[in-house]
Design a protein around this ligand. Structure first.
Ligand code: GRG
Length: 301
């Protein structure tokens, strides 16, 4: 088992190889345009905590799988996550001008190119996973299962469903705790569940282990979003990497708007206990996940 930094660095190296920097203004037949590569790299390699790829790799390792063949899936989920951030920041969605500590993709490349950078990353994620599956020989089924988990997490019953509800709810006065749950489970939790289940599938995990990682990822995802909602109120903008106080200004339904700041903080602690509890059946090999949940619950950015 490695540290978050080590998993992040492995992911970064592979991502940079998958989308290389190309000569300026090149539009070569059959090749990715240099402009597209540049805008995709701009958002993808800009930093970011790499939580989802690290959790995929750590779940795979914890359950006896190998890192090297799982790296393409780790990169794929980070590509999908980055596409969702680029699209979320667009004027038609959250309309944000800072992300990962730098101007958002559409501010630098324009709205049209930013949409394409997101589309490109989403498409490429599936291309990378399919290519990898075809090279996996007798492990092909594990790979297809993993790709299916990632697709489900990112898809119309997962992240996109949550984003749909989040947009629908914006500025409305009729928010409920059920709707908050739907939004958080969709836009945030589903990708963490997808990441960990994909890692477990690649390791060939049995049903019991799959259930345990799912329970952990569910609690972790909800904890992550509740703490993000708290940080939107109390974080230092210089550390947070994107806007602070924006949820409230946009009339968003958040853990804080539904539960109050103190209530949201208490929810984070309850979810932390649930996440740790889900790992009861594991020993020291799950320590990465225990400390990750604790660090996210108590982060200041
Ligand atoms: C556009 C289909 C579509 C979905 C957008 C990701 C997303 C859904 C919206 C971004 C806004 C938001 C608060 C989403 C919840 C998930 C979340 C907190 C994402 C940020 O994840 P981090 O903190 O980001 O892991 P880094 O930059 O570290 O990768």
């Amino acid at each position: 088992m490695k540290t978050l930094k080590e998993y992040a660095s492995l992911t970064q190296t592979r991502l940079s190889q998958l989308i290389p920097s190309l000569p300026e203004n090149a539009f070569e037949p059959g090749e990715m345009p240099a402009l597209l590569a540049e805008s995709m790299r701009y958002s993808l390699l800009a930093g970011g905590k790499r939580l989802r790829p690290a959790m995929l790799l750590a779940a795979c390792e914890m359950l006896g799988g190998e890192i090297e063949p799982a790296l393409d899936y780790a990169c794929a989920i980070e590509m999908i996550h980055t596409y969702s951030l680029i699209h979320d920041d667009l004027p038609g969605m959250d309309d944000d001008d800072m992300r990962r500590g730098r101007p958002t993709n559409h501010v630098v490349f324009g709205v049209g190119q930013a949409i394409l950078a997101g589309d490109g990353l989403l498409n490429m994620a599936f291309e990378v996973m399919l290519k990898s599956a075809l090279k996996a020989g007798s492990n092909i089924e594990k790979c297809v299962r993993a790709a299916g988990e990632i697709a489900r997490g990112a898809g119309v019953t997962g992240m996109i469903a949550g984003q749909c509800a989040d947009l629908y709810q914006e500025g409305r006065e009729d928010g409920t705790e059920e709707m908050l749950k739907f939004i958080h489970e969709g836009k945030t939790m589903a990708m963490f569940v997808g990441a960990m289940r994909a890692g477990a599938c690649l390791a060939g995990a049995d049903e019991k282990a799959l259930n345990a990682v799912t329970e952990y990822a569910r609690a972790f995802g909800l904890l992550f979003q509740a703490s993000d909602d708290v940080l939107d109120i109390i974080a230092d903008p210089a550390l947070f990497g994107h806007s602070v106080g924006k949820d409230e200004r946009d009339g968003k339904l958040t853990a804080v708007s539904v539960l109050t700041l103190e209530g949201a903080k208490a929810r984070v602690e309850t979810l932390l206990k649930e996440a740790v509890c889900a790992l009861e059946g594991f020993g020291a090999e799950a320590d990465f996940f225990r400390s990750l949940a604790d660090a996210v619950a108590h982060r200041d950015h």
